[in-house]
Design a protein around this ligand. Sequence first.
Ligand SMILES: N[C@@H](CCC(=O)N[C@@H](CS)C(=O)NCC(=O)O)C(=O)O
Length: 230
Amino acid sequence: MTDIVLYGSPLSPFLRKSAALLEEKGQTYDVETVDVFNPPDWFVAISPLKTIPVLRDRSIGTEGPMGTIPDSSAQCGYIERKYPSPALYGDSAYAHGRALWIEEFADTALAAAGGLGIFRPLAFPAMQGKEPDIAKARETWAGKMPRLYDYLESELDGRDWLAGETFSIADISVAVQLMQVTLVAEVDFAARWPRLAAHHERCRARGSFDAVYTKADRFVRRALPERVRL
Ligand SMILES: N[C@@H](CCC(=O)N[C@@H](CS)C(=O)NCC(=O)O)C(=O)O
């Protein structure tokens, strides 16, 4: 049995963040599905903020809160300490600080716009057999996304990765949030944000997101066979 299990859903970009970091470190892990909107009692006991994912390290504890870590940023910090190689938190002290900043930017601003403003209005109604809220997704895409993507585009001027010279948690954090948009929407990043689009391709080519993204895509496609053109 592997040490690490992630409770949640591959539909969560935050679960994909922790999973991708484990993949990058060559670690095996389990994903156990939890419906965050209808969680079992045992999950409520280990997720004080009632969010997914929660990580459990079974070598520390197999039941209750012992061995668990809620919040993907805390999980990733833990994974980095437990499995230090390869180091994925920046190649200098400054790059480390920048990586934490970009992770925060992705987890808050990108997640709010792409997750709440695009993924949810398109995917959630479709999963309940209702019409997707295309107007809301288009409003977010046109109104909120450009400022966020413009910032990342400027950060990628003259470099391949978002923090320092090497791939890091900053790149993972941004890629998993962009995927939340591409899971449900047909969008042309490359026309307006060519550096961000190329960065996304570089991240995807590493293969560390494939396993969980494929599961998420399969799930979304059952409810929303065609991505919505924004
Ligand atoms: N900062 C948290 C955010 C986790 C989060 O918001 N997860 C979403 C799913 S993607 C959730 O559990 N939402 C539950 C809700 O909105 O009630 C992390 O990094 O783990």
